[in-house]
Write a protein that binds this ligand. Structure first.
Ligand SMILES: Cc1cc2nc3c(=O)[nH]c(=O)nc-3n(C[C@H](O)[C@H](O)[C@H](O)COP(=O)(O)OP(=O)(O)OC[C@H]3O[C@@H](n4cnc5c(N)ncnc54)[C@H](O)[C@@H]3O)c2cc1C
Length: 484
């Protein structure tokens, strides 16, 4: 088979010693990002079936198995985890890995606090680097940042807020070559950071094994057998598995599973101000613009005191970005970046900018870097490198070091771009993270607490599906981006 490398990139596929991805019906399948071992056959029945070995499916399976064993209420092997490929074959294996709490949606702050507790529980095996997160806005974002800072602190997620000269002093203290123009307000989250996506997938897969989860990889779910609003069995390419409870963590494939579970693909959405949007799509697809750059010789991404620097997120809505010839590329700066040796394969940076909306339907297969239609645009490398050069003297000539490889990926967003954590059928719990949930590793733990403990954790309450009918739809923001 030919490698899909039309652009002659210097890297298109990170592990050249892995077997070639298989094809199903002529479509290349995005493979697992970790080698598969000790994979189980599909059993005829299970108490819990978890669909999807991404961050949410694996975190749910691991925490369910551990809670069953520790409580004596069952065995780890009561949990069957199914993926059509294996760990990290969806967005979780190619995410940027940023772990932050920069959300205007207040209830997410507690989800992130619960998540960072999981990241902190085994940072080495999850590849979690708790370097902190620095976000920067212009003056027009000051009110939002004040609200955000207060809500974060209230939820047990400490952050510091700086504005005006204090903001400049903070940035210069952290990075003496930082150019503070238009950087009017700064939020510094201490418990945030980034995680290596492959390490996180490997660590979760190991923990699933450790606690006895039956890991069924290379088997695709093809539908759900329903009876009076409950799932009685999951249909797969390896046969049928009867079950009591289902957890779905299907990432960009979620709209398909939602429909299989009897959910509608459109709905009327009532907003807090009383207006309704009729027939809105349940899932809207966006494609992400991300990439990587090697560190130029003699340059690092460290703080003034020599530490691995915080993840940086800058949104300057009124500051245009110009290309080398003086043409405006975008009328705003929106850039995020982190130190990245895992993905780059050498010291480097990984980051991106605002995603681009595709619409109500998208070609989900082939997924990720195999999808020709959804690669980061040609203008992206110059834009990304230019924004970093606008912010740091050390990054003023970054573009020649841009790593030419396939990049990007798509995600399915909910009607208000905020996650839905809810039952789609009486016994089928869906984790629809609206494509910003790599960081939300704690949702799997909260899911297990609910299913084994019997009480729904309060952190999950605000994310029910009925908010769209009740008028508690989210949407309080001052940003151009769907990560709200
Ligand atoms: C390029 C990119 C960068 C991102 N960066 C970040 C970031 O920095 N920080 C962050 O927090 N989030 C980030 N995200 C979002 C984040 O990656 C996703 O929200 C999250 O990983 C989704 O996890 P998941 O477990 O729901 O789904 P996925 O990781 O997509 O896993 C779903 C799994 O389900 C399997 N599956 C689907 N259908 C079936 C079926 N029928 N049968 C069997 N298996 C099936 C797939 O094979 C897949 O392995 C990024 C996303 C992208 C695309």
């Amino acid at each position: 088979m030919e490698f899909p490398n039309n652009g002659g990139q210097n890297q298109w596929y990170p592990f050249m010693d892995r077997p070639m991805p298989e094809q199903v019906d002529g479509i290349v399948q995005n493979p697992s990002v970790v080698p598969l071992s000790n994979v189980d056959p599909l059993p005829a029945s299970a108490k819990y079936v978890v669909v999807g070995a991404g961050i949410h499916g694996m975190s749910s399976a691991y925490h369910l198995a551990m809670a069953l064993e520790k409580s004596g209420k069952g065995k780890g092997s009561d949990v069957v985890l199914i993926d059509k490929q294996g760990p990290g074959a969806g967005a979780s294996g190619l995410a940027c890995g940023c772990v932050r709490n920069l959300y205007m949606t207040g209830p997410l702050h507690s989800i992130l606090r619960a998540s960072v507790e999981v990241w902190e529980s085994d940072p080495v095996n999850f590849g979690f680097q708790q370097v902190g997160y620095v976000s920067i806005g212009e003056e027009n974002q000051t009110e939002d940042y004040i609200k955000l800072n207060e809500s974060q602190i209230e939820s047990g997620y400490p952050s510091d807020l700086y504005s005006g000269k204090q903001a400049h002093d903070f940035l210069k203290g952290m990075w003496p070559d930082f150019k503070t123009n238009n950087c009017d307000v700064v939020l510094h989250e201490h418990r945030s950071g980034y995680a290596g996506t492959h390490t996180a997938m490997w660590g979760l897969d190991q923990k699933c094994q450790q606690w006895g989860v039956q890991r069924v990889y290379g088997v695709a779910v093809t539908g759900y057998d329903m009876d009076a609003g409950s799932v009685t069995a999951v249909e797969t390419t390896a046969g049928r598995i009867q079950c009591d409870q289902v957890v779905v963590g299907a990432g960009a494939w979620t709209p398909q599973h939602w429909e299989w579970l009897g959910g509608s693909n459109t709905l009327d959405v009532l907003y807090p101000d009383g207006h309704t949007e009729v027939d809105k799509a349940m899932g809207t697809y966006w494609r992400l613009l991300e990439g990587e750059v090697f560190m130029p010789p003699g340059v690092d991404y460290r703080t003034a005191d020599g530490k691995d620097a915080p993840v940086l997120h800058v949104e300057l809505m009124n500051t245009p970005v110009y290309d080398k010839t003086g043409n405006m590329m975008q009328d705003h700066v929106y850039t995020y970046t982190r130190y990245a040796a895992e993905r780059v394969g050498a010291p480097g940076l990984q980051g991106g900018t605002m995603p681009i909306q595709i619409g109500d339907s998208a070609q989900v297969e082939p997924y990720g870097h195999f999808a020709d239609a959804y690669q980061a645009d040609d203008w992206f490398p110059e834009y990304y490198c230019t924004t970093l050069g606008m912010l740091f003297e050390r990054f003023e000539n970054l573009e020649p070091y841009y790593k030419q490889r396939r990049n990007g990926g798509i995600g399915a967003f909910t009607p208000d771009n905020v996650p839905i954590f809810d039952y789609a059928a009486d016994n089928a719990w869906v984790i629809a993270d609206s494509n910003h949930g790599f960081k939300m590793i704690g949702v799997g733990k909260l899911t297990a607490d609910m299913m084994v403990g019997g009480t729904k954790p309060w952190e999950l309450e605000p994310f029910t599906f009925d908010r769209f009918a009740k008028g508690t739809t989210f949407g309080d923001r001052n940003s151009n981006c769907p990560w709200v």
